[in-house]
Ligand binder design. Sequence first.
Ligand SMILES: [Mg+2]
Length: 192
Amino acid sequence: MPLLLVDLDDTLVDRNATFDRWTDAHPRFRFLHRLPDRWQLHRLVSRLAALYERSELSSYRLEDGVVDALQSVRRAGWLVAVTTNGNRRTQPAKIASAGLEPLVDVVVISSHEGFAKPDPRLFQLAAERAGCSLDGAWAIGDDLTQEIAGAARLSLRSIWVNPHRRPASPDVDLEATSFPEAVDLLLSVTAR
Ligand SMILES: [Mg+2]
């Protein structure tokens, strides 16, 4: 079975949308949206970080269409490994809040392993834990320097999730505006 390597943040879950949901649920912090994005905002946010992280982490949910896309790619015979760069406290809480674990085969968190994307060892470890090889594997993610560069180092093909139509890098094979669109593209180009 081929392996699909999928990023978490801003690929399966949306950090900005989560922040918006959190501020909607905490009206006294809605003014944060009106502040210019200068040092004042970051300083304020860092003061609020403890509170924010505690309650924000339980606000994560999979973006529209992600559940269907994960189910359809697995039905098509792919194993799915989520690989995420992030810290050992926040990433498991996000994954639990989003209900991701039953929908994928493997989850690998960089801080648990001691190396992070684009280090090829994270993808190699994901394949090992999924019980398959990286032959024919693809990667999907929103970050050129992480999953797209990591895939290129292993000569894997990749789909860049690029909702804001930023300029691509030479490492990008294909582009999509969302994870569900990336899965449609994957299934159409790999269909036999
Ligand atoms: Mg990401």
